[in-house]
Design a protein around this ligand. Structure first.
Ligand code: LMR
Length: 398
């Protein structure tokens, strides 16, 4: 009797190996499953108020109510999404109209969608193009760029033990880059370190990029949460003033509190290849999601087009910013090892802890953070900050 090997269709999937859970998002579940009452969530980058809540901005609630009342159709808009949204974001981010920037814009599902489109565009323009990434960075950056086929090269940008920006290393890396290479830069509120270049350093970065014909890809995901809407855009604007080609991935997740609505945009300036870049981006968008989700962008547009709602939104955002800044000052004064946090910006800082100490913070004290010691400062409130400082003191090196 012959044994015939039965054919199986799952051979299609035989090249797959299970992937590790996402290092940021897996913390949401791990924290939820921890039964301890005094646990502290400093994981995923979501703003929280003093009560530990992430409420919808009041300006957003009002805009959403208006949207519900006035929206006459949910018919398709097209792969660019909402042009009014793109035009309304431009003055906030760039200080100019979109036409004045020389960029085209495409609405995307969050900042991540914009980064992915930028990566696809770079790889289509120059297959296997090099993308320079300072480390540490948002852990998903390198995955997005590598998945799209780019050659990711890293350079040290922040010394977590010494808690300082490695600016000379950053400039040194740019010196070795070649014309047409892409350089990923965090526009403000560096994730994970909170260590941003100052105005003069941004000017040097801009000059270096322009001299070497490098293409900045600026990830602006926290505008308004560092020093304010305008100051947080100055680095980006310095770079755009100097560089011929540039890409900007904009996220409204944090500064409009839109998170799960997935609201963002990609803006591109591509020199002689502007029309080819624009139409390729539209093709990638069409092949990825066809059209971006509308709701968040429509509501953000309503806010920005209405002077009263825009003022209310700015005030609410400023309240968030001030709370983050005050948590920074409390930490900086609480323990000399946390002092550098006082001069850093935005939602994140990296604690001077090794992975074992990070593990101990979780196991012994229920404090959740990324494995590299990144904390979301918004998770610290008047009711838990003292417990956090005590836990840090118990786990950190003397
Ligand atoms: C973070 O870094 O925690 C946020 O940007 C959320 C995310 O998508 O990872």
């Amino acid at each position: 009797m012959t044994t015939l090997q039965k054919a199986r269709s799952d051979v299609l999937f035989e090249g797959l190996t299970p992937q590790p859970p996402d290092v940021v998002l897996s913390l949401i579940r791990a924290f939820a499953e921890d039964p301890r009452a005094g646990k502290i969530d400093l994981g995923v980058g979501v703003y929280k108020d003093e009560a530990g809540a992430t409420p919808v901005f009041a300006a957003m609630k009002a805009a959403e109510a208006r949207l519900l009342e006035t929206q006459a159709t949910k018919s398709y808009l097209g792969p660019e999404g909402d042009f009014g949204f793109l035009e309304a974001i431009a003055p906030v981010a760039f200080g100019h109209t979109l036409a004045q920037t020389g960029m085209f814009g495409v609405q995307t599902p969050g900042g991540t969608g914009a980064l992915r489109l930028a990566a696809e565009l770079a790889n289509a323009g120059r297959p296997g193009a090099t993308l320079w990434l300072g480390t540490p960075s948002w852990p998903i950056h390198s995955q997005i760029f590598a998945e799209a086929g780019l050659n990711v090269r890293t350079f040290p940008q922040y010394d977590a033990a010494a808690q300082r920006l490695l600016f000379d290393e950053m400039l040194g890396a740019l010196e070795t880059a070649q014309a047409g290479d892409v350089v990923l830069l965090h526009g403000c509120c560096h994730n994970p370190s909170g260590a941003d270049p100052d105005a003069d350093q941004w000017r040097q970065i801009a000059r270096s990029l322009a001299e070497r014909c490098l293409v900045p890809l600026i990830d602006l995901a926290y505008q308004g949460l560092g020093e304010g809407l305008e100051p947080d855009a100055l680095g980006l604007r310095a770079v755009l003033d100097q560089c011929e080609s540039a890409m900007v991935a904009y996220s409204c997740d944090k500064n409009f509190g839109l998170y799960r609505e997935r609201t963002g945009a990609l803006f591109v300036r591509a020199g002689r290849h502007q029309e080819a870049a624009r139409t390729n981006v539209l093709k990638f968008a069409r092949c990825g999601w066809s059209m971006p989700p509308d709701h968040g962008a429509a509501a953000a547009r309503i806010i920005l087009e209405d002077a009263d709602l825009a003022a209310q939104w700015r005030a609410e955002l400023e309240t968030c910013r001030q709370r983050l800044a005050s948590v920074r000052q409390i930490l900086a004064k609480a323990d000399p090892r946390l002092a550098p946090i006082g001069a850093q910006k935005g939602m994140f800082s990296i604690l001077p802890l090794n992975p074992d100490q990070v593990g101990r913070m979780r196991a012994a004290f229920g404090v959740y953070m990324l494995g590299n010691g990144r904390i979301n400062l918004a998770g610290l409130t008047p009711s838990n900050i003292e417990a956090f400082v005590r836990a840090f003191g118990a786990c950190a090196e003397e």
